[in-house]
Design a protein around this ligand. Sequence first.
Ligand code: SF4
Length: 459
Amino acid sequence: MTIDFKEKESVIEKVKSLLGGEEKFAMVETYGCQQNVNDSQKYEGILEKMGYTLTHDREKADFIMFNTCAVRENAEKKVFGNIGALKHLKLKKPDMVIAIAGCMSQQESVEKKLRRSHPHVDMILGTRAMADFPEALEKVLSERKRVINRREIDYICENVPTNYDGGCKAFVSIMYGCNNFCTYCIVPYVRGRERSRSMEAVLDECRLLAKKGVKEITLLGQNVNSYGKDLGLTEGFATLLCEVDKIDGIERIRFMSSHPKDISDKVLETMATSRHICHQLHLPLQSGSDKLLKEMNRVYNTEKYLSIVKKAKELMPDIAMTTDIIVGFPTETEEDFEGTIKMLETVKYDSIFSFIYSKREGTPAAKMDFVATEEEIKARFDRLLEVQNRISYELNKKCEGEEQMVLVEGVSREEGVLTSRNYQNKIVNFKGDESLVGKMVKVKITKAQTWILIGEMCE
Ligand code: SF4
C-alpha cells in the first residue's frame, strides 16, 4: 500500500491554524541508525510545513520528538532518562507537546511503561505512524488528549516533505522493514516486513537532491540487496544502482546495509563498472563462527562470506570493507570468538562497528543461556578492538603519499582545518578555507592515524 502525503495538505493546514500566528519551535532528537535519521528528517519536514521553526534547543521548543531506537538496551535506558528529564520543562510550559516515536515506542511493553509512568508524554508513535502524524498532532493540539498510534500495517509513504539540511550528503530510503529474523534482532518485530519503494519514486528523489546540490547519496534499507523482490524485480538493487549512477551531479553513491545471503555478483559488477558508486562495502559479518551464524539465523557461513569478499576484491582491488560484529552472543565460546578474530585477520576490514550483545525481549536469543561471564565478554570485546585498531592503522598507512578526491563535509574542531571523506568513507582532515565545504577537492595524504587520515590540499 502506498500513501501519498500530498493528501495530508488539509490536515496540515488545520494544524497550522491551531498553532496561531506566533512563531513556534520544534525539535526532533534522533537515536539509532541512518534509517531513523532519515525518518527524523521527514518528521522535521512535516513540522516545517505545519509552520514550526526547527530548533536544537529543548528549552525553546514547543514540540519535542524523540525518534528512538530499540536495538540496544542501553539506548532505551538513555531515552527513558531523557523522557524523565522533560517533566520539568512540561511543568514550566504546559502547552508543549512531547512525542515519542520510532522503534522503541512500537513495542507494547514500552507503550505500557510510557502510559503508566510518563503522563507528560502526549504522543506515542510507532514505526508506521508517520502517515497519521498530522491527524495525531491536530488531535493533541485541539483536544489536549494523548494519542497512541502503533499501527502494524506496512505501507510506503511518498511525497513526504523532508528537511535535507541543505548539506552535500543525503540519505534516501529505498525500502523499509526486514524479513530475516536474525535471532538477536528486534527490527523485524518493530519495523514490519520488507517493502520497496518504486524505482521511479527513488530516482525522482535522487534527481531532486542532485538539483539541490547534493553530491553524495546513501541508499538505505535493512537489507538493500533484496530491494525490489516484493515488486517482482530480479536484480532490482543492481538495476537501481545503475539508474542512480546515471544521474548527473551525484558524484558519490553509497548504500547500506547489505546482507551477505542476498548480495549478488551483479551488484558487485555494477559497483566495479559504475561511474560514481564508491568502492566501499559494508557487509555485516556478526560472527566468524559457523556454529554461531547458524544460531543467529544468518543463513550464510564463513566460506560463503569469504567468497563474496574474494569476488569484491578481484573486481575492485581498492575496495574498503567494513562490517558489524556482535561480541558475547549468548552461546559464544572462546573458540567461536577466535573464529571472529580470524575473520578480521583474513578480510582486513578498514573499520568495524562492534557491539556487545544486548538482550532484546521477544527475540529467540533472549531465551538462550549465556556460556561466558560478563568479564570474559568484556575481555573479548577489548581484544577485538585491539586487533581491529592495528589492522585499521596498517591499512590507513598504505594511503600515505596517495592523492585522493575528498568531499568536504565541514569544519573540524581544530581551527582552520576542514573535515572530509574519501571514496572509501575514511575521514580526511586537512587545512583549507571554509568556502570549500560541499566541494570535491584533491588532497595528498600525509599522515595515517588509526581512525583518520591527515592530508594537504594539492595545488
Ligand atoms: S537482517 Fe537480521 S540483523 Fe539486519 S535488520 Fe534484519 S533481522 Fe535485524
